[in-house]
Design a protein around this ligand. Structure first.
Ligand code: FES
Length: 107
């Protein structure tokens, strides 16, 4: 279901506050996080050595990579902690009814 470039990736009830999971966005896997009832989508792939971020830990709005502990903001995609040095992609998110839709990358 596309809505001007936005694609439904999940339903709101699938994820409680403080939870995250990987979802399919076309060919790639992205990370969907629920932070205090707000939904954010970023790349699921760590920029250090491609660790699967959704398998790490979510603390407030920060995700920690399961491999070597780099941290990123799930709001902006900004890298907050080494060993990663590059930001991850952050995507536009919309809510329509119960649907969570993801659009283009913000940058
Ligand atoms: S792969 Fe993520 S910190 Fe190394």
């Amino acid at each position: 279901m596309a809505e001007s470039g936005f694609v439904t990736v999940a339903q709101m009830g699938e994820l409680s506050p403080g939870e995250m999971k990987s979802v399919s966005l076309g060919q790639e896997e992205v990370l969907l996080a629920n932070v205090d009832g707000n939904y954010y989508v970023v790349s699921n792939t760590c920029t250090h050595m491609m660790g699967p971020l959704a398998e790490g830990e979510l603390d407030e709005d920060q995700v920690q990579c399961p491999l070597h502990g780099a941290k990123f903001s799930v709001v902006t995609g900004e890298v907050l902690n080494p060993p990663a040095a590059k930001n991850i992609e952050a995507y536009e998110v919309r809510i329509s009814g119960q649907d969570i839709l993801v659009g283009p990358a913000k940058s």
